[in-house]
Ligand binder design. Structure first.
Ligand code: GAL
Length: 430
């Protein structure tokens, strides 16, 4: 059974249960399910909350802790099954289509605001297609994250005798050796499946290039998944894993980021939400920390677009529907796009802002990100992130996560066997 019909079967049970209306105040309320709970992420989502409240609506915070959102998605599914979905939820990528096919997302609520605010004109077609279901907007995109970043503490590098950011895997290993020898954690990391696969997809991109990444993790081509280049990627992944803290199991990504910020570790491979932690710690890009593309991925941009999907509410809940519409309008507004991304570490999703980042006060990391996003959109280097729900269904993603995490936790794992396992796990999940 594919992902869509699996989700549809579960959700169809929802019709057996009555809908519970949220207690709304007179102007309307919106409950938002999301997983933005680290210090930096919370600062970002608080910007949206403040604006919605300023507009007179009640914000009900449905935060579910857990980076990458797997727990939040489980909560969302069980609420949908119980006939009690929130007004708005953070849902991304192809998953939006799966939810759309259940009939639970609203194809009506955003029509007016999308037209009045000219969303079709503001968004690149790759972005607007993702958040539309059968031609209608069912979600509002809030930002663009780049996943293939390496975060560096230059003070730590200096203490370890490293004078520049690595640009090849060999230089990365050389830096890792020096950091270890100087008593630092070379690569801060949290041993959670989505973090493991964030590292894995960077390595696939570095070893196999954009074409190989696309064939393997977007097109799910069996020969590429099981091929020699994939075995090579697992070989490099094994080397990289050796630079991580052995006590990493279960550690949250923001705790790993704090290790780099506080000078206990030299580097972290993480998307640019990691920057939200540096920003919250009042550190300056290019001065207190460096952001560089993971070695070998300079000409690529793995994207991760956060978006907020809107659930269908009973027609008599006019105030709550108005609250959904207000949130959507705010989310694509210029002011919000700027302040949210500055706090979140991302870049705006609006075309008219991406060309003009320095003038708007974005830092050097965000400027590089926007420049690369626009260039890679032309060259084909712009690719959806598998680890962040942009490339495949959650079922396929889960199958990949299992193979990758088992591999990274088994010192004796064999790279050739891992690529064969990857191909068969993906096939079984399709
Ligand atoms: C990503 C999400 C980001 C950030 C990160 C860590 O999937 O798109 O916004 O929250 O997880 O939780």
């Amino acid at each position: 059974m594919n992902g869509i019909s699996r989700l549809a079967t579960v959700i169809s049970l929802a019709s057996l249960f009555p809908l519970h209306a949220l207690a709304a105040d007179s102007k309307g309320a919106v409950e938002v399910v999301h997983w933005w709970t680290s210090g930096g992420e919370k600062a970002a989502v608080d910007v949206l909350k403040a604006q919605v409240e300023k507009d007179g609506f009640t914000w009900k915070d449905g935060a579910v802790a857990g980076g990458g959102g797997a727990t939040a998605m489980t909560v969302l599914k069980s609420r949908a099954v119980a006939g009690n979905p929130p007004g708005v939820a953070q849902i991304k990528g192809p998953d939006i289509q799966e939810w759309g096919s259940t009939g639970l997302l609203s194809t009506e609520a955003l029509k007016g605001v999308a037209k009045a605010e000219n969303w079709d004109g503001l968004l690149a077609p790759q972005v607007s297609d993702t958040v539309k279901y059968e031609g209608d907007y069912v979600a509002v995109p809030v930002n663009i994250h780049r996943v293939n970043w390496l975060w560096i503490n230059p003070q730590v590098f200096k203490k370890a005798g490293i004078d520049k950011a690595p640009t090849t895997l060999q230089e990365f290993y050389a830096a890792g050796d020096k950091l270890k020898a100087a008593g630092f954690i070379a690569l801060a990391h949290g041993g959670q499946p989505w973090q493991d696969s964030t590292v894995f997809e960077d390595v696939v991109l570095s070893v196999m290039g954009v074409e190989g990444y696309k064939k393997a993790l977007v097109d799910l081509d069996q020969n590429t998944l099981a091929g020699a280049q994939m075995t090579q990627a697992f070989t490099e992944l094994k080397k990289i894993t050796a630079y991580m803290d052995p006590n990493r199991a279960g550690r949250d990504w923001n705790i790993a980021a704090a290790d780099v910020i506080n000078g206990r570790a030299g580097m972290q491979m993480m998307g640019d939400w990691a920057k939200s932690e540096w920003t919250a710690a009042k550190k300056i890009a290019g001065q207190d920390y460096q952001c560089v593309a993971f070695p070998g991925t300079e000409k690529a941009f793995t994207y991760n677009i956060d978006s907020l999907a809107v659930f269908k509410l009973k027609a008599d809940r006019t105030g709550d529907i108005a609250a959904q519409q207000d949130l959507a309008k705010v989310a694509l507004g210029k002011d919000f796009q700027k302040i949210f991304s500055i706090n979140k570490g991302s870049i705006p999703v609006r075309n008219d802002m991406l060309n003009d980042m320095a003038a708007q006060g974005f830092d050097s990391c965000a400027q590089t990100s926007a420049k690369d996003f626009l260039a890679d959109a032309q060259s084909g280097g712009l690719q959806p992130s598998m680890a962040h729900n942009m490339a495949t269904t959650l079922a396929v993603q889960g199958a990949i996560f299992d193979v990758v995490t088992n591999f990274m936790n088994d010192k004796d794992a064999d790279p050739a066997k891992a690529s064969a396992q990857l191909a068969s796990a993906v096939k079984a999940a399709q």
